[in-house]
Design a protein around this ligand. Structure first.
Ligand SMILES: Nc1ncnc2c1ncn2[C@@H]1O[C@H](COP(=O)(O)OP(=O)(O)OP(=O)(O)O)[C@@H](O)[C@H]1O
Ligand SMILES: [Mg+2]
Length: 240
């Protein structure tokens, strides 16, 4: 049987992190939240990031998503070094380079589902007709074609998370990151979300998902275990 796993040839790397550290300077002892992590992720991989509470998962994900900058080390996404971007440059990079899905959805409460999905496209100056067509396509993809005019309070938690996924995909990012995407959902809705991530990956998305949810971690092809700010195990890594 042929091996269909993505190769790790450098031109196919979506993400490359080298000796990344993040210290939080708090009064007294600084917190060493990420203590020297190197990680390569190839196009099309599905990676779960797991480990005990406080081990640095969200800190690392925020660094990989250019929400935060490392204290030292380098992070390259889709060929661009994002380690020392200014806040304005990082915001611009995130708009089209990264899709981010949060545990608490963070939809704009006054906007409809369709308007939430359109927002990042409007910011990226995508023409209106293209924006509207893409929004319809994305809401259909996440199974919410009939909910486009609903505001977040008129949607279930699972539906809100699906809007958030559609929004994250709007500008066709190189990388989709999610921090505990099933954390606020009941088991059944969480299971639907796990199916959605599997489908996204089957359709070509490169995914990194932080999770405590064993079912979600099982669905990923590669599981990276963190402890005290370092990688202690990296099972299922694509063959070199
Ligand atoms: N802004 C901050 N300032 C200071 N310390 C922080 C900050 N954010 C996180 N930390 C600390 O850094 C460490 C890693 O936190 P992080 O949020 O990355 O953990 P986590 O693995 O995501 O945990 P959980 O599973 O509970 O979400 C923790 O010790 C935490 O207290
Ligand atoms: Mg966290």
């Amino acid at each position: 049987m042929s091996d269909t796993r993505p190769s790790r040839r450098s031109e196919e790397l979506v993400l490359s992190a080298r000796d990344v550290r993040r210290d939080y300077p708090v009064a007294g002892e600084p917190v060493h939240a990420v203590r020297g992590i190197s990680l390569d992720i190839a196009r099309g991989e599905y990676v779960a990031l797991v480990g005990p509470s406080g081990c640095g998962k969200s800190t690392l994900l925020n660094l990989l998503g250019a929400i935060d900058r490392p204290t030292s080390g380098t992070i390259t996404i889709a060929g661009r070094d994002i380690s020392s971007l200014s806040d304005a440059e990082a915001t611009r990079f995130r708009l089209t380079g990264i899709g981010f899905v949060f545990q608490r959805f963070y939809l704009m409460p006054t906007l409809t589902a369709a308007e939430n999905v359109q927002l990042p496209m409007a910011e990226a100056k995508v023409p209106r007709a293209e924006r509207e067509a893409r929004t319809e396509e994305l809401l259909g993809y996440v199974g919410l074609a009939g909910r486009s005019e609903h505001r977040p309070y008129q949607l279930s938690g699972g539906e809100q998370q699906r809007v958030a996924i559609a929004r994250a995909l709007a500008n066709r990012p190189a990388l989709l990151l999610a921090d505990e995407p099933t954390g606020e959902l009941d088991a059944r809705t969480g299971a639907e979300m796990i199916e959605m991530f599997a489908r996204l990956n089957a359709d070509g998305a490169t995914l990194v998902v932080v999770t405590h949810d064993e079912e979600l971690a099982k669905a990923a092809r590669r599981v990276v275990h963190l402890r005290d700010g370092v990688v202690v195990d990296d099972a299922g890594r694509a063959a070199p």
